[in-house]
Design a protein around this ligand. Structure first.
Ligand SMILES: Nc1ncnc2c1ncn2[C@@H]1O[C@H](COP(=O)(O)OP(=O)(O)OP(=O)(O)O)[C@@H](O)[C@H]1O
Length: 424
């Protein structure tokens, strides 16, 4: 067994590669200077005795929106404390709240905690309208300027009541600013016209990072996280990075993979930290391209695994038909052949046997989740066209995750062992 006393040859500060915003908080986000400048302009009226402007921040996941807003509002709070300006920020995480009602209860709780200290219960059993009035009463009691940051507001779905009411507050004693953050473009576009005309008047978009930006982000985090890794001179860019524990191609490769996908900094960080973990596990003193590739395959396996496990039993059965076909070298496979297998499976595990049309729908859903590839091909002269399906993930990963479903495990085992017998 390994000892906790073992010296770490790679890490200096293990948290600095952690993508979770609370575990490691970079002091600045140079790639977001323009966006944070726009946010600054929206909040600047506070420093001039005026009312902050409401803002809607939009951008895909992992673009520094949450952290950027935190940095800017903390900077403002420090300024306010230094200058005896009454400023209160309420950060409300909307994830997990599927209604305006739930977000309002969180907001009232937070505002009460400002007045009475931590540990106040959420209000229960009130109507939405009453909760809005309660929130406004609390704000009037607190006074000064209040900033309400609503992160991941898309969680509230179609019920955007809170976004309609908050920007319309008519307070005597308090100035209120609302900052909404979302990574869901559809949600932003679906907002009620009145909401968009108030909250969305100032919209700040965090566009996805490109590979060069990601390289510099990862290089800065690597300097903090790893031993014998530093910048030569003043430039905090990849070009100035010197490291005895990272081979030159590691950061460019992590950045390229993340940029290729969605430009998500979190994804780049996850890949880099998993590569370092792998090197550590293999007792290697230098992290190389091969660790990155293995780490990427591992992350991919986990992601695919999670998505297979989250499917319904019927979709899992549909997937299993293609997995079996792939294992037997019968892919791309025609829908009619797959349907035959499906009927057999349903009989074996005593599941509802859906009609052929519904089965096709399940296959198409699996195509949309990226687990299958669909093609339209000719059946031969005069026989028309048909859909064929191929597996987009490895059969091993599919078998492994399908067998985790108690209802399917025996069936999957039989199909796997059947294959083994036939290859003996
Ligand atoms: N420019 C940057 N420099 C350094 N780290 C960054 C940068 N941008 C993002 N990060 C890091 O990436 C991770 C994700 O950032 P953050 O949570 O702010 O993204 P987000 O856009 O709010 O994503 P989501 O919409 O998924 O909540 C954090 O660890 C953050 O510190």
């Amino acid at each position: 067994m390994r000892s906790f006393d073992e010296a770490d040859k790679l890490y200096d500060d293990i948290d600095a590669l952690e993508p979770d915003t609370e575990t490691y908080r970079p002091k600045d986000l140079p790639e977001r200077e323009d966006e944070l400048d726009e946010l600054h302009s929206a909040l600047e009226p506070i420093a001039r005795g005026g009312t902050p402007r409401d803002v809607l921040i939009y951008g895909p996941t992992g673009q520094g929106k949450t952290h950027g807003v935190k940095l800017k509002t903390e900077q403002l709070q420090e300024w306010a404390d230094r200058n005896d300006v009454a400023l209160t920020t309420a950060n409300v995480q909307c994830k997990g709240s599927d209604k305006s009602y739930n977000v309002l209860t969180l907001l009232v709780k937070q505002l009460r905690e400002v007045r009475f200290g931590p540990g106040v219960d959420k209000p229960v059993g009130h109507q939405r309208k009453t909760l809005v009035e309660m929130a406004f009463e609390e704000m009037e009691e607190i006074g000064g300027t209040i900033l309400v940051v609503l992160d991941e507001i898309d969680a509230i779905g179609e019920d955007d009541y809170i976004l309609y009411e908050l920007p319309r507050a008519n307070l005597d004693n308090t100035k209120l600013g609302v900052i909404g953050i979302t990574n869901d473009l559809q949600f932003r576009d679906s907002l009620d016209a009145d909401v968009r005309s108030s909250l969305g008047k100032r919209e700040i978009t965090f566009h996805p990072y490109d590979a060069n930006q990601l390289k510099n982000i990862l290089a800065r985090r690597a300097v903090k996280a790893l031993q014998d890794t530093k910048f030569e001179g003043n430039k905090k860019k990849l070009a100035a990075l010197e490291s005895d524990v990272l081979s030159d191609d590691v950061i460019p490769l992590c950045a390229a993979f993340a940029a290729q996908d969605t430009g998500d900094a979190r994804q780049g960080l996850r890949l880099l930290s998993r590569s370092v973990e792998l090197a550590k596990k293999e007792n290697d003193e230098v992290v190389t391209e091969s660790h990155v590739r293995k780490a990427k395959a591992g992350i991919e396996r986990d992601r695919v695994g999670q998505s297979i496990r989250a499917e319904t039993t019927q979709r899992k059965l549909a997937l299993l038909t293609v997995v079996e076909a792939a294992e037997n070298g019968e892919t791309p496979a025609e829908t009619s052949d797959l349907y035959e297998k499906y009927t057999d499976y349903c009989e074996t595990i005593d599941a509802d046997n859906y009609i052929d049309h519904t089965f096709r729908e399940k296959l198409n859903d699996l195509e949309h989740s990226g687990l299958l590839e669909k093609n339209r091909t000719g059946r031969g002269h005069g026989k028309g066209m048909t859909n064929t399906y191929d597996l987009q993930v490895s059969t091993e990963t599919a078998f492994e995750n399908l067998s985790a479903d108690g209802r399917l495990s025996k069936l999957v085992e039989n199909i796997r062992s059947g294959r083994k017998k036939s290859t003996l």
